[in-house]
Design a protein around this ligand. Structure first.
Ligand code: FE2
Length: 136
């Protein structure tokens, strides 16, 4: 399993928008916390609280990101917004499963992958549209 040290920020993750990059760094920290919870075999309460916090942050992040996409008139914004909605639905599914599944492969790893995929898609989304990092 990837450990917390594999979740360090890399230049290739950058979108060119400072606030989004800072938020994506927070997402990487959530991934590291998922990894720690998995390694520590965290109990239901710990895992559930972590998923709640991560979901709340992702809702905030998606709102911020979608507002910027609108302001910058990003061409594929609708596709990315749809992906964000699906991600939140998947989060809800994962959270419901906390009650009946172990907090291992069936919960933490899919959530971790979902967050990582989002960060990795970030620079593709904004790319050349975000050359001015004074935005946001
Ligand atoms: Fe994002």
């Amino acid at each position: 399993m990837a450990g917390a040290k594999n979740m360090e920020w890399k230049a290739e993750y950058a979108t060119g928008i400072r606030s989004i990059d800072q938020q994506h760094q927070i997402i990487l920290r959530y991934i590291a916390r998922f990894d720690e919870a998995f390694a520590d075999q965290a109990d239901w309460a710990g895992v559930y609280l972590l998923t709640l916090r991560a979901r709340t942050f992702m809702e905030y992040h998606f709102c911020a990101e979608q507002t910027l996409m609108h302001l910058l008139d990003i061409p594929n914004a609708a596709v990315h917004c749809a992906r964000n909605r699906i991600a939140l639905e998947q989060f809800s599914t994962f959270q419901r499963r906390v009650h009946r599944d172990s907090a291992g492969d069936v919960l933490l790893q899919p959530m971790r992958q979902l967050l990582l995929d989002h960060v990795l898609d970030g620079n593709q989304l904004f790319g050349d549209n975000a050359l001015d990092d004074s935005l946001a």
